[in-house]
Every structure is written in C-alpha cells, then in structure tokens.
Design a protein around this ligand. Structure first.
Ligand SMILES: NC(=O)c1ccc[n+]([C@@H]2O[C@H](COP(=O)([O-])OP(=O)(O)OC[C@H]3O[C@@H](n4cnc5c(N)ncnc54)[C@H](O)[C@@H]3O)[C@@H](O)[C@H]2O)c1
Length: 390
C-alpha cells in the first residue's frame, strides 16, 4: 500500500473563471462561512446576505451538488432572496441560508448535523436556521441539540410546525389581489385556475380556491398525488406537460422554480401567474419583460409565498397561529402595492418588489443612525426572537 499523500496545490483545483469575491461584491453579501469537519463528513456553507433589519433567517438545504461552485452559487442566490422576502414582508429579519453538500439519502448522521449546529451556534445569532429541501424534523432536532438558533421546529417541541398551510393562505390572498387588479374583482368564482404540483402548499391552496367555485386543474409528476387533491376539491387532473398549454385565467406554479422559461413562456395562455414556488421566473429580467409583452400579470414569488417565513418569524416571538394567518392575509395589500409601484415606475412587478424591499432596508438603516438608549442592547438584532432555549 502506498501511504504517501499526494500533495494538491489548492490553486490547481480552482476554476479559473470562478471569482468568489466578485460574486460576493456583486450580490452584496456580508459574510460566508465554510464549515469543514471531514471526520463526520460535513461540508457546509452558511451565507449571511444582509442583517440590517435583524438576524439572517433562512433554511438549511442538503443537496448533492455536482460541483462546489454550484453549491456556493446556490447559497449566495438563496440567501439574497431571503433578504428581499423578509424585507418586503415587513419582518425584522435579515437574509441567510445554508447548504450542506451531500446526498440526503445516504450521507446523514447525528454527528454531521450536530457539528453543523455548532457552526451555526458559533455565529451567535447572526444566522438562524430552519428546514429546507433534503432536511427532516429529525435532522433539525440534532441541530437543535447544539444551538438555540433554530426555528421551524415541530409543534410538539414548542415550534410552529409545518409552514405550508400559512404559505398556501398567503398565496391565495396574493392571487385574489392579482385577480382584483386584472379583473376588477377579487372573486375567483368561475375562474379557470391551473396548479402545477400537488404537494403541501398546492393541496392547501386548492382547498381555498375550490371553496370559491373556481374551475380547477391540477398536475403532479406523481399522478396519485394529483388524484388525491382532485378527489378532495373536484379538480381536473392533467398530465405534467399539458399544464403549460391549457387555456387558463390563472397559472399557479407550486412545484419547482424556473418554470417560466424560454421553453414554456410561448405556450402560456393566462392573465395571471400567482404561485407558491420560489424563483418562478428562470431569468427575472428577461422573462419579467416577456410577461409584460404577453399581457400577463405576475405576482412576484417571494412576495406571495412569504407566509412560510411569517409563520417561522412568529415562532421566534412566541408562536401564535392566528397572528401568522393575519400577517399572511396582508400579502393581499403588499401585492397591490407592488403592482402600483410597477405601474408608476413603468417597470416589471419583480423589479418593483425588489425596489420596495431595498427602500425599506435603506430607510431602516437610516433609523439606526439615531442614538437611543436601546442602541447598544438593541433587541432588533436577535435576542427578542429567542426564547430561553438553553
Ligand atoms: N412549504 C412552504 O411553506 C413553502 C414556502 C415558500 C415556498 N415554497 C415553495 O413552494 C413549492 C412547493 O413547496 P411544497 O412544500 O408544497 O413542496 P412539496 O414537495 O410538498 O410539493 C411539490 C410537489 O411538486 C411536484 N412536482 C415536482 N416537479 C413537478 C413537475 N415538473 N410537474 C408537476 N409536479 C411536480 C412534486 O411531486 C410534489 O408533489 C417549492 O418550490 C417550495 O420551495 C414552499
């Protein structure tokens, strides 16, 4: 056996075109933490985008990225999105996200998650984590064993539980606001609405919509999931690819991101796009413009699906389901505000929501310039959110 360790020059492993610091500058991140603990197989990245409004909150995703560059890009993009989502939702939270590089089916262990929890704890509350793709409640319990900076815990553990019902309610309210703008009435009765995906958010959303007497269409790559929702709501089940070509009033993507793209946009025949999925537009600028040309009103994804983060934020202050639903109902007014801004400034709705979010962050940063007795003990920076979890 050859015991000599081959020396690798780190510079040789870098992609010459990959410029991490220029990405950080361009996307305006505050801090990136690379967490490496090979003994337990942990390779994770925590990205804190902006903490002007409060501690950075965002879930941890476990994904088998094909390259490390892909993982970095994902965590940078997702954490930035959380800043905008919290800001436009009126929450006193910043934006952050974490990714664990690994196969969620094979690479999990208690030690891996507890090591990750220690890295989160080391940030002293600048980053608060939650569940995201590839992470289960059991994994969260392991993280929670090492840090109190965790949210979205199961109800049995004093947490807020599954956020999907609140997310769906917010999407429903945002959809009604879009209907109000497009049709002059927010009633969904008789409207032909197509939902893509029949998962947690979609099934709750379908419940709200069907009660209003809409003509509902639903699809899922697992037909039995679509059938189940159809049985409860009277929806019509269609094949996954057929959802794009339906003659519909409202298209509601509730599965994956990037579904409004170069390949699909030409087929869409609808007045409104309002769905729960994150990053619905493959390219915000290009596809936002194309939707305007097609006369389709787009309710920006991170505005309309913010019920989930509202639910989690409520947990940090002492969970109150009624208050979370009340906050989610305000998505109706926020969506109308975004549409107004977009019309006044002649920009896309997604550009309008980005600007409103940025304006709030800038304005609140200004408030911090005023000296107050609280300045040095500011509760806005985290501790208000954390019950005694030690
Ligand atoms: N759960 C929340 O509270 C929440 C909050 C904000 C945003 N979101 C976003 O909403 C979306 C749905 O979340 P969820 O919690 O309901 O997830 P989920 O996994 O419960 O549901 C997603 C469903 O989409 C289906 N699907 C995947 N690809 C598809 C395709 N090409 N065509 C048709 N169906 C497809 C899956 O089979 C699954 O049933 C995700 O994009 C998520 O990021 C969820």
């Amino acid at each position: 056996m050859n015991n000599t360790v081959k020396k690798v020059n780190p510079a040789d492993t870098m992609d010459e075109n990959f410029q991490l610091f220029s990405d950080l500058t361009h996307m305006e991140h505050e801090q990136i933490v690379f967490c490496s603990k090979p003994e337990v197989g942990l390779k994770a990245i925590i990205a804190i985008h902006n903490t002007t409004l409060g501690p950075a909150l965002g879930g941890t995703r476990m994904w088998n990225y094909s390259t490390e560059k892909e993982a970095i890009r994902d965590v940078l993009r997702l954490s930035r999105g959380m800043t905008y989502k919290a800001a436009i939702s009126g929450l006193n939270l910043g934006g952050g996200k974490a990714v664990i590089i690994g196969d969620s089916q094979k690479d999990k262990s208690e030690s891996l998650f507890r090591a990750f929890g220690r890295y989160v704890d080391g940030l002293g509350g600048r980053y608060i984590t939650a569940e995201d793709v590839g992470i289960t409640e059991r994994d969260m319990e392991w993280i929670f064993a090492e840090t109190k900076f965790v949210t979205g815990l199961p109800k049995e553990m004093g947490g807020s539980g599954n956020p999907s019902p609140v997310t769906a309610y917010g999407v429903y309210m945002g959809m009604k606001a879009a209907a109000h703008r497009a049709y002059g009435s927010d009633s969904l009765s008789g409207k032909k609405i197509a939902i893509q995906g029949a998962g947690s958010v979609a099934s709750h959303l379908a419940g709200y919509i069907s009660k209003e007497g809409a003509e509902l269409y639903i699809t899922d790559i697992f037909k039995e999931k679509a059938n189940k929702v159809a049985k409860l709501t009277g929806a019509n089940v269609v094949a996954p690819d057929d959802i794009y070509t339906l003659n519909m009033d409202i298209f509601s993507p509730c599965a994956l991101g990037g579904v409004v793209n170069d390949d699909t946009i030409g087929y869409l025949k609808c007045d409104i796009i309002a769905g729960g999925a994150n990053n619905i537009l493959d390219d915000e600028g290009k596809h936002g413009d194309m939707l305007i040309e097609k006369g389709i009103l787009y309710a920006p994804d991170y505005v309309i699906n913010a019920g989930g983060i509202m639910n989690v934020a409520s947990e940090l202050e002492g969970y109150n389901e009624k208050l979370s639903m009340e906050k989610a109902s305000r998505i109706y007014d926020t969506i109308l505000k975004v549409f107004d801004y977009s019309e006044q400034h002649n920009i896309t709705t997604i550009a309008a929501s980005n600007r409103i979010a940025e304006e709030r962050i800038k304005a609140i940063a200004e408030v911090g310039n005023i000296y107050s007795s609280k300045s040095h003990f500011s509760k806005r920076k985290g501790e208000i959110y954390l019950r005694d979890r030690s």
